[in-house]
Design a protein around this ligand. Structure first.
Ligand code: 4AD
Ligand code: MG
Length: 477
């Protein structure tokens, strides 16, 4: 007999004389009813034990958290709350649990507590639902690109270049930290390091992806990226996963179309395929909202939000228009913003992004044509000489979901920008080669995967949508 899963059995409408299942006990009630979960479904299957036929010593070991192996018969349930249940014919304890110390008790736990027990938190309904959705979203992402003729490219994780020019990188080195080799000038001599140069964990696979776009045409990366920014917020991780498509012969308008189509597709995918988990997370969120003051409650439920994004066009707004809106906004005039917007050129803070998305437009917004000096060196300079073909996609409740641009394809312009920012041409000789040999218009963007998972699940802390979050002062597990 092959092993069944809870998910299979719950969707089975026929009686099955012989079923076999392994899972973890969620609860054991009245010495008779086991709620069993094996991770395949949000729901538990009820297994009915005949305590008169079962050894006292075995009954005692059926406790919350224990792993068990059950053989029995699948029947229509006698009780309320479930369609089918298993009449247990034999039960074996595979692994005992200690009900006194097992952290995941059948009651409500705070997310803070569960973060400290991240190795066991996927045994709760909320975290198992979130992580099944995370898995489904990854699959949908690969499916979207595969169905649309993109090739999956693996960008290196150890890199010698700083793609974003932000300098917030983690060094990769095997030099003796206490006693590193020094140059004549007294600096650390990285030529003696493992790679013969200074290397870091990548902040983005974009520059390498560009080389592949300029040969394979349409590519995307999907891998871990690292940022040593010391921002302990609910939207930043030091290690996060990024999806970066890059397409030859595509301009910024095409980039916006791609990003919008892609985001709608993956959200629609989970709405269609993961409805049970989404419904659960929606009701969880509704309960949480009830504890908040009326004014802070969301106007839409989780599913309504997802539907809204899928059904409506993202609003496309230039940076210049956005600055006008912000300058004339009530919170700016009443000095409610922490950073007051006075003039064109100001970098937008998350309070401004949230105002635009949540209060003004009330839908996802694509902001484009930003001032050149607040964006990365590789973005294409516009004819006005002061803005670049950049785009950020802002989402309600999240802020920046996507950052992308049309890339500077003109060798001379790119060299000038690098010189102005003190970026050594020798470091990026291969990147410049792309502009020497068969250069062409090309564009791409980066989507922060965890921010997408946050939006899709309604979770409000990014630490709760990645298995083992890496944040300042925290790399447990
Ligand atoms: O806007 P960013 O920095 O863009 C890039 O890295 C480009 N190279 C992308 C490209 O054009 N190929 O980062 C892209 C996205 C952000 O919009 C955000 O969603 C996410 O990555 N992100 C983070 N997510 C979690 N934690 C952090 N510390 C993040 N930093 C950026
Ligand atoms: Mg950005």
């Amino acid at each position: 007999m092959t092993l069944h899963t809870v998910s299979e059995l719950l969707s089975n409408n026929n009686k099955l004389p012989e079923v076999e299942i392994k899972g973890w006990v969620r609860t054991f009630r009245a010495n008779r009813f086991i709620a069993l979960n094996d991770g395949s479904s949000l729901n538990n299957i009820q297994c009915v034990v005949d305590f008169e036929q079962t050894d006292e010593s075995v009954l005692k070991r059926i406790t919350t958290g224990a792993a068990v192996h059950i053989k029995g018969e699948l029947v229509e349930s006698q009780g309320k709350g479930q369609k089918v249940e298993i009449i247990v014919k034999s039960i074996a304890i595979l692994g005992d649990s200690d009900p006194e110390t097992y952290p995941i008790q059948p009651k409500k736990h705070s997310f803070e507590f569960l973060r400290e027990n991240a190795h066991l938190r996927t045994r709760t309904n909320t975290f198992s639902a979130v992580m099944r959705l995370r898995s489904a979203l990854s699959f949908a992402i690969h499916k979207y690109f595969n169905d649309n003729g993109f090739f999956y490219m693996h960008a290196p994780i150890v890199t010698g270049s700083d793609a974003e020019g932000a300098g917030e990188m983690f060094r990769v080195s095997n030099l003796d930290a206490k006693n590193p080799p020094l140059t004549k000038e007294g600096k650390v001599d990285f030529s003696k390091d493992f790679f013969g140069k200074e290397t870091n964990l990548t902040v983005s696979g974009q520059l390498e992806a560009e080389t592949y776009a300029m040969s394979l045409g349409k590519v995307y990366t999907f891998g871990p990226t690292f940022r040593a920014e010391n921002s302990n917020t609910s939207r930043h991780l030091a290690e996060f996963w990024m999806i970066e498509p890059e397409v030859a012969f595509m301009d910024l308008a095409g980039n916006m179309d791609l990003a919008e189509d892609f985001l709608k597709y993956v959200l629609k995918y989970v709405l269609t395929n993961n409805r049970e988990d989404l419904d659960f997370l929606e009701s969880r969120l509704l309960d949480e909202e009830k504890t908040k003051p009326q004014a802070e409650r969301s106007e839409m439920s989780l599913i309504e939000k997802l539907d809204f994004v899928i059904d409506n066009n993202f609003k496309r707004v230039s940076y210049t228009e956005a600055i006008d809106i912000l300058r004339n906004s009530t919170p700016n005039k009443k000095k409610k913003f922490k950073y007051i917007i006075n003039e064109w050129g100001a970098d937008l803070q998350s309070e401004h992004e949230r105002f635009l998305v949540e209060k003004h437009f009330k839908c996802p917004v694509i902001l484009f044509d930003y001032p050149a000096n607040i964006k990365a060196f590789y973005m294409r300079l516009n004819e006005d000489g002061k803005t670049v073909r950049a785009m950020d996609i802002l989402f309600p409740g999240i802020g920046e979901m996507v950052g992308g641009s049309q890339r500077e394809e003109r060798l001379e312009v790119l060299k000038e920008k690098m010189a102005a920012l003190d970026i050594d041409e020798k470091e990026l000789w291969w990147y410049l080669d792309l502009r020497k040999y068969g250069t062409a218009v090309h564009s791409g963007f980066g989507l922060g995967f965890e921010r997408l998972v946050m939006f899709a699940t309604g979770m409000t802390n990014i630490r709760d949508v990645i298995p083992f979050p890496r944040t300042p002062q925290n790399a447990e597990f």
